[in-house]
Design a binder for this molecule. Structure first.
Ligand SMILES: Cc1cc2nc3c(=O)[nH]c(=O)nc-3n(C[C@H](O)[C@H](O)[C@H](O)COP(=O)(O)O)c2cc1C
Length: 362
């Protein structure tokens, strides 16, 4: 009853509100309920067609192909007119995360046309039968597995007070994989409050551990979006780094694993190696090491130590030292080359033979 009333009021006010934002004028239908119903029927038919199409696409390829996660945080978003997309840009300027965009299977639909008829039809269908898969519009296959992440940040538009139907489809499909995970919710609306979107998220991700504060971006605070996102993230402790145990060191075409430490220097190094491998030149020094400038600075946490053969050390913030002997100095530890015998290590590093080219990679 309340929802019907709310839709009625909103259908009258929303076009007026939007025209203030200089969006194209919309016409209020004379019988909005009837128009919605017709669209629901239409969408159900479209949905059936889509299901058939999806079945065909998936035939013989039933195991989804997911990308390897590069972070412990997944940002998943849907955006019809670009507001949520730009929120995601602000988010990824502050955190390291994999990003997944949800797209409807049926391209080119204008959810806002004809007084938002398609969008409201889709929402009505979900409201009527929220537990039936057929109520949700088909989406394109996703290439990230929610189960791979510790934290999932959902960025979604609000449609007719609810979560946009396309995002609801994704969560209906994948929400059960988010059990026990930390869930953050960012909602973008024109002006409507987001309590029903929060309720949708909790219904669809029933096992999620929701961060207590949701972020609501709307027409009146959109210009401060970057600061609001930054503030929200600061109050939300996210472990974004997915650190590998080892990286690879290559000299003259031969590679060995390096078991790495967990510190700010290795986090920065791994982040750089995710972009591209690093190659630098190193030379013998002191009869116990090969040292060379990495071509970038890494954060230091120097402490006095006595190094051992195989140690990979950061010296002076921007030089990497590969030890085939020992030295006592204040360094930051990067890791240790996993080698066989000392002679094999010396041969690998061409100890005492001058300049070598060293590549570091993941
Ligand atoms: C189908 C549809 C229904 C909408 N319903 C509402 C609404 O009930 N209240 C509101 O404040 N904004 C509503 N909006 C506006 C969007 O929530 C808002 O513009 C949002 O920022 C869009 O995000 P996007 O640009 O990422 O798609 C609606 C938009 C669409 C397309």
């Amino acid at each position: 009853m309340f929802r019907t009333l709310a839709i009625g009021i909103f259908s009258l006010l929303f076009p007026v509100l939007l025209s203030c934002e200089k969006l194209p004028d919309v016409v209020v239908p004379e019988t909005p309920q009837q128009e919605q119903k017709e669209n629901v029927e239409g969408n159900k038919e479209e949905g059936k067609k889509d299901e058939g199409k999806k079945d065909k696409e998936n035939k013989g390829d039933e195991t989804p192909k997911y990308l390897e996660p590069t972070s412990k945080t997944l940002v998943v978003y849907y955006s019809f007119t670009g507001n949520c997309k730009s929120i995601v840009t602000s988010l990824t300027a502050n955190i390291e995360a994999d990003v997944l965009e949800i797209l409807p299977a049926q391209e080119g639909l204008d959810y806002a046309a004809n007084n938002y008829a398609i969008g409201s039809g889709l929402i009505s269908a979900i409201r009527e039968k929220p537990n039936e898969a057929a109520s949700y519009p088909a989406i394109k296959p996703v290439n990230r597995n929610a189960a791979d992440y510790e934290t999932i940040i959902i960025v979604t538009p609000l449609w007719w007070s609810n979560m946009a139907a396309i995002m609801q489809s994704y969560l209906f499909q994948e929400g059960s994989k988010m059990k026990g995970k930390t869930i953050g919710l960012i909602v973008s609306s024109h002006s409507s409050g987001i309590s029903s979107v929060v309720a949708d998220a909790k219904r669809l991700v029933s096992g999620g551990v929701f961060h207590e504060n949701n972020l609501w971006i709307n027409a009146s605070n959109r210009d401060k979006k970057a600061d609001l996102v930054k503030e929200w993230i600061a109050g939300f402790s996210i472990n974004t780094y997915s650190m590998p145990e080892k990286i690879k060191i290559t000299v003259s075409g031969k590679s060995l694993p390096v078991k790495i430490e967990l510190n700010e220097a290795t986090k920065a190094l791994v982040a750089a190696l995710k972009e591209a491998s690093i190659t630098y030149e190193a030379n013998d020094y002191g009869g116990f090491e090969k040292v060379g400038a990495l071509g970038r600075s890494l954060p230091t946490s120097d402490s006095q130590m006595t190094t051992q053969p195989g140690d990979v050390i950061l010296y002076s913030g921007n030089q990497i030292v590969l030890f085939y002997g020992s030295n006592s100095w204040s360094y930051t530890r990067i890791g240790k080359i996993e080698y066989g015998t000392l002679d094999e290590l010396k041969s690998f590093l061409k100890a005492g033979q001058g300049k070598i080219s060293v590549s570091l990679s993941l």
